[in-house]
Design a protein around this ligand. Sequence first.
Ligand code: PRX
Length: 624
Amino acid sequence: MIYYPSDDIIANANVKEYENTYQESIADIQKFWAKQAESLEWFKKWDKVLDDSNHPYYKWFINGKINIIHNAIDRHLTTEKRNKLAYIWEGEPGDIRYFSYYELNKEVSSFGNILKAMGVRKGDIVTIYMPQIPELIFAMLACAKIGAAHSVVYAGFSSTALADRIADAESKLLITADGGYRRGKVVDLKGIADEAMQKSPTIERCIVVQRTGHDINMEAERDFWYHDLKALPIADGPCKTEVMDSEDMLFILYTSGTTGRPKGVKHTHGGYALYTSFVHKTVFDIKDTDRWWCLADPGWITGHSFIVYAPLINGTTTILYEGAPNYPYPNRVWKMVEKYGVNILYTSPTAIRGLMRFGDSWVNRHDLSTLRLLGTVGEPINPAAWEWYYRCVGKERCPIMDTWWQTETGGFMISPYPITPLKPGSATKPLFGIEADVVDEKGNPVPPGEEGILVIKKPWPGMARTIYKDDERYKREYWSAYEKQKWYRAGDSARKDEDGYFWIIARIDDVIKVSGYRLGTAEVESALVSHPAVAEAAVIALPHDVKGNAIHAYCILTEGANPSPALEKEIKEHVRHEMGPIAVPEQIEFVTTLPKTRSGKIMRRVLKAKALGQDPGDLSTIET
Ligand code: PRX
């Protein structure tokens, strides 16, 4: 079944035509991106659009001087956007705060002044560990404004995960909050941050934003209340937006890869500003009057790009919500759509499936007539969830933008525009400037309908520049598979149908997606084996109705340890403590052997096939 957009959507869309513009865009990517880059304000124009002389370390807008904050905030202050709402924030308990662009600038400037007074300098990396409150965004923007980079660690991560990321970034400053609200409970973030800071010798200072007001430990000379700092003269007055090079680091964001520790994906001021704002405006058809709601956490790339940077560059009004989408009742999202008159709603298949479970009546209680477009991201969306989203939420009026992209790509890569005819479950076609394909291991195109490896054949401005402090790993993980062709290997399998529509299938590396969250099997396994009773562990992803995938773990116990439900519970608790709730296995199976290759590598595909009752395939390399 193909779903066509209405005449109204087509007539008003920012993108009116696909095929010719697409062909033109990939025929000369430099020309295309140079033209788009005119929508930004540069302190000094670039000399050259792309430097591809040192593959795969591409550089964009060479010698251009810019700051993403000048584009996201400063330039709006002299226009009618000055008094427009930048953010409408709702806390889980129902408290509301509004910030115009004018007010946002005030907040970011005083945060920037405080950071400078605390010794943060251009080029430093500040780690941020915060709930979804406006100060999280102010902190990120303040770092960028003064030329520091931020490393936001998702507040669902544990103290160990936080400490690892602080150590890699060598942060001297941590910004956190006393706590946050989730499903009516207080999450003790400062307690977790304290544990992490004990293991983090680089940390000298910590700024603590008050959110919940519960009792916390404040260590003299290290910990400072944000509201105390804000009351001091150091916070007052304007704060200079630093002049940055296009290629200067804007942030690093840790994400899971195939091996061991998470990698800090690096993005920059110039290319990222252009790419995220361009795809946001074109795919989600952003209009001046729109109210945009991206239901992600700013602590992940979706939040960085589409709650923080792109909407601000486009001068959009963004809704930000602190808590769980079904709290206190399953109509929380629909109630907020009605209350704030949301025009565009962007969320994940897991959230859609989770809300779908409660039935149509929770949705139908609310007037959702302001909605014009819907979006989804993070994992493949199954047609049943797509149809429900389209019918029940969008009332068959709102096209669904199924956006395929990654932390490393900065912004959407394969996605419909509002004018694109839709097939449920397909992210449709590559966006302007993006040459994507599905190929075999040698790089030959696979026939229509057959599964292959997803590659991107040309660089794009929003691409990651490297893995922080690990250029080699960047090259190895993304570029070594198709070194000769100079193609980016995304790590997903996909197929392309006769109409050129892309269907993303799954990860083909040791990364698993649970509720759209990205986890490395190696990370979960090392959390498991750090429990004294676990000698060896292997984890796989098995299909789950709501989460898309759930983690199943296989553990070999150490001498003397005996399998029991109590031990299973204890090990799960241990993983929660080591990594955070998202990494806790659904089920742990105690086994005495694991299938391995002769070189000792665990054959997860064999475990998976067995669990699914499928043929495990070629077992010739298995250790016997
Ligand atoms: O497997 C793909 C899946 O999410 C991966 C990227 O994860 P992450 O870096 O955490 O970024 C998530 C938000 C952009 C991809 O390699 N993925 C993302 N979007 C889709 C998707 N799979 C299918 N359809 C999508 N729309």
